[in-house]
Design a binder for this molecule. Structure first.
Ligand code: PGA
Length: 265
């Protein structure tokens, strides 16, 4: 598998962090740290939904792209689903991406693969790129069943509306999220190669074309305790198209250091 020449994608998942004023102050600090004229067009910022409108209004001009952290599995546009936000509502705000199936959603809201599949289909329908998170837990890693589990997750969650442009896979081993433990490069490359092959087969099948007709490769990004110290070596891997950053994207200085790595690549 080869990586294309584009700058690696950096997806910042802010989870349930920051208020109006603190988010604005952090991004202003980040912009000030960047050299003049640098385009932040490989950054996808996924803040809490409460901040999207204000941040898009003030910071889209720096080429930052925006995404939601989730969308409804019940309806594409509108409906009586208290607390949900639809894919079309995200698109209406000028979001281009949405994270689907983060392990925290699976853990705290018991989200199942069939729901995630519906969310991704709605995201595609709205014109969003879905960032599907997949990852094994520590038991599955230790008993060696992780590839089988990951393959099954992909088969059960990727809808037939998926193509090489509208679907990104984020490999996030659960044991590496927020723990300070990063998967090592051998572990990352093994899984990324596996996911690449599985996703390519699915996408080729869905588009009813033959593999030979495709020069595209799926985007597989890595997430789980990525920080300023390890980002460079992870991104140097040919198997890695980008990173999904949680904790280290909340601080302007730390996030700036990660972005700098991708400006050099
Ligand atoms: P982390 O989170 O970088 O804080 O480990 C990553 C994620 O959960 O997406």
């Amino acid at each position: 598998m080869q990586k294309n020449d584009k700058k690696p994608l950096i997806v910042a998942n802010w989870k349930m962090h920051k208020m109006l004023s603190s988010s604005k102050a952090m991004l202003q600090e980040l912009i000030q740290l960047m050299p003049n004229g640098v385009k932040l067009d490989n950054i996808v910022l996924c803040p809490p939904a409460t901040l999207l409108h204000m941040l898009i209004d003030q910071f889209a001009k720096f080429s930052i792209k925006f995404g939601g952290q989730d969308c409804s599995s019940f309806a594409a546009d509108e409906g009586a689903f208290t607390g949900d936000i639809s894919a079309t509502m995200l698109k209406d705000l000028a979001c281009e991406y949405v994270i689907i199936g983060h392990s925290e959603r699976r853990k705290y809201y018991q989200e199942q693969n069939n729901q995630l599949k519906a969310k991704i289909a709605y995201a595609h329908n709205a014109g969003l790129t879905a960032i599907l998170c997949v990852g094994e837990n520590l038991n599955q890693r230790e008993d060696g069943s992780y590839l089988k589990f990951l393959g099954q997750t992909l088969a059960e969650t990727i809808p037939d509306s998926a193509n090489f442009d509208n679907t990104i896979i984020a490999y996030e081993p659960i044991w590496a999220i927020g723990t300070g433990k990063t998967a090592n490069l051998i572990q990352i490359e093994e899984v990324h190669q596996f996911l690449n092959d599985k996703v390519t087969t699915l996408l080729v099948k869905y588009s009813q074309k033959t593999t030979q007709m495709f020069e595209q490769i799926p985007k597989i990004i890595y997430g789980g305790s990525v920080n300023a110290e390890n980002a460079e070596s992870i991104l140097a891997s040919k198997q890695v198209s980008g990173i999904l950053v949680g904790g280290a994207s909340l601080d302007a200085q730390k996030f700036y250091k990660i972005i700098q790595v991708t400006q050099k690549n």
